[in-house]
Design a protein around this ligand. Structure first.
Ligand code: FMN
Length: 220
């Protein structure tokens, strides 16, 4: 179905993609932006409910307000790190590039889409958010493949974002994504380079037959 070259490319995109917080002021072509959004729209969703909407923001005034909401939250969160002396380090981390990036996309989730009996969602209500996250991942991979940088910002109070973007109360603002070009596309996650966190050992996250059985049974 796919050539080896295509298979290699998708693995390369998955492993190359990074969360970016520094952007150049250069704008990106509208067609490219919509191509990235189209990738999102092809994501899987529970009962095919497609709960997402995309608010494309280029207004500096609105980006400034969103950046303010993120900064307010960042400061509020720093208190959690005071006990282990990581507050200064936390505050030194760059966690967004909203005002630098030419575009911000707010991805929302409408839990009411498709009515009250969306196939499969009765069992696990959060599947609407899971579906929206799949859409966001598609966007990030498409952006990476196109050489476009994207940064996910989740430091905000939903009420602030709803107020800034006129989002109705039943709609969930799932993600604020900064989109643009960068001249610094790191090889490793920024939080790894900053020695905040590192990638866990995959073999310790896989178990066999039951939770916690870290060695395969003899049948494997
Ligand atoms: C749900 C979610 C929320 C995130 N929120 C933020 C954020 O508010 N600020 C930020 O700088 N990075 C944010 N990130 C990016 C992560 O920090 C990043 O994915 C992680 O450090 C691994 O780096 P990588 O994406 O470059 O592999 C978020 C990522 C996810 C999936």
């Amino acid at each position: 179905m796919f050539t080896q070259e295509e298979i290699n490319a998708i693995h390369r995109v998955i492993k190359t993609r990074r969360d970016i917080r520094s952007f150049l002021p250069t704008s990106i072509p509208k067609e490219l932006l919509f191509q990235i959004i189209e990738a999102a729209h092809h994501a899987p969703s529970v009962g095919f409910m497609q709960p997402w909407n995309f608010i494309v923001i280029s207004s500096n005034e609105i980006k400034k307000k969103i950046a303010w909401a993120a900064e307010k939250e960042r400061r509020a969160l720093s208190i959690h790190y005071e006990e282990d002396d990581r507050a200064d380090k936390f505050l030194s981390l760059k966690i967004e590039g909203i005002q630098e990036a030419p575009y911000t996309i707010c991805v929302t989730c409408d839990p009411t889409r498709g009515g009250s009996h969306v196939l499969g969602r009765n069992s696990i209500p959060e599947t609407d958010i899971m579906s929206t996250s799949c859409a966001i991942q598609n966007m990030m991979l498409a952006a990476c493949a196109e050489g476009v940088a994207m940064g996910w910002v989740s430091f905000y109070k939903k009420a602030d974002i709803r107020a800034i973007l006129d989002i109705p109360p039943h709609i969930d603002p799932i993600a604020i994504l900064s989109v643009g070009y960068t001249n610094h596309y790191p090889k490793a996650p920024i939080l790894e380079t900053a020695k905040w966190e590192r990638r866990r050992n995959l073999s310790q996250l896989i178990s066999y037959e039951k939770w916690g059985r870290t060695t395969p049974t003899s049948e494997e």
